[in-house]
Structure formats: C-alpha cells, structure tokens
Design a protein around this ligand. Structure first.
Ligand code: HEC
Length: 137
C-alpha cells in the first residue's frame, strides 16, 4: 500500500521540476555569468603573474599583466604550433584552459608550472568564461 503513494509523490516532483526548467530558457542549464575582469584576472594575479609578468621567467612567452585580453583571445600560442590560447566558446580548443585543467596538457607542462594546480573552482571559472564566449567583460 505504501509503494503507489511514493510513485505518485515521485511523479509529482518530476513534473514540477520539468515545469520549472521549461519556464526559464529553451537552452541547457545556465551557469553563472563570468567576468574577465572580476573572475579571471584575479586568478592570473594570484597564481601566474610572478612568472608571466615583468622580470618573470615566462614573460617573453606570455605576458599576463598588461593588455591581457588582447594577448589571449584568438591569439596563436607561441609554444604550440596550431594552437590558440583562447578560442571563444570552445574551452577544449583553448590551450590556456587545457594547460590549467590537464595533468598532461597537449603542449608543455601544467600551469602554474611546478606549483600546486589551481583549485577546481578557478578552473571552472576559466572554462565557463571561455564557453560563454570569452567576453571582454
Ligand atoms: C613558475 C613559473 C610559471 C608560473 C607560476 C606559470 N607559468 Fe605559464 N609558463 C611558464 C613556462 C616556463 C612556460 C613555457 C613552457 C610550457 O608551456 O610548459 C609557460 C607557458 C604558458 C602558456 C603557453 C603560452 C603560449 O603562448 O604557448 C600558458 C597559456 C601559460 N603558461 C599560462 C599560465 C597560467 C594561466 C598560469 C597561472 C595559473 C601560469 N602559466 C603560471 C612558467 C610559469
């Protein structure tokens, strides 16, 4: 006698969830809108600019401290032929993302080099920002 009651409740919950997701958008679930200035630049400042900035060992490879947006989006990699650092809308084609996300990236080593990998929350911010069109926002 208990089972049918659970089934009814379960169906009601499913129905409710279905309605609420139909209401908002026709696309996939929305993630938080990421900001290049507020979400991405602080990650570089904290984890990358010691090497990728003036006086750092990797400033000649990529300077992340000035005109950063223009140095990343749609810019060919200086270390990996055929790669771009950021391809708007495509994290998996963006060397910047792959180098922070993968233990063995397709070019060179994981960033930040020789240090603890970024926390997952930062990696997801970079992924979302690229997936959302890599806006200069
Ligand atoms: C300890 C120094 C050091 C730190 C810290 C560091 N990098 Fe690097 N980075 C390098 C070196 C050296 C290279 C070149 C060798 C390689 O790619 O493995 C490089 C290469 C890169 C490249 C490839 C550039 C190109 O044009 O191909 C990207 C992208 C990059 N780093 C991003 C980052 C990011 C993002 C961070 C912070 C999360 C970071 N790096 C932190 C030293 C560093």
């Amino acid at each position: 006698m208990i089972k049918p009651i659970f089934f009814v409740l379960f169906t009601a919950v499913l129905g409710f969830a279905g309605c609420s997701s139909d209401d908002s958008t026709t696309g996939p679930a929305q993630t938080t809108e990421r900001s290049f200035i507020n979400d991405i630049l602080p990650i570089f400042a904290q984890n990358c600019n010691g090497c990728h900035g003036p006086g750092g060992p990797a400033v000649g490879i990529l300077d992340l401290t000035k005109n950063t947006y223009l140095r990343l989006v749609d810019v060919p990699s200086s270390t990996g032929a055929g790669w771009k650092l950021v391809v708007a809308g495509k994290p998996d084609s963006s060397l910047l993302y792959l180098k922070v996300a993968l233990a063995t990236p397709p070019v060179g080593v994981r960033m930040p080099k020789d240090l603890t990998p970024l926390p997952g929350t930062d990696i997801i911010k970079i992924k979302d920002w690229i997936a959302q069109g890599a806006k200069n926002n």
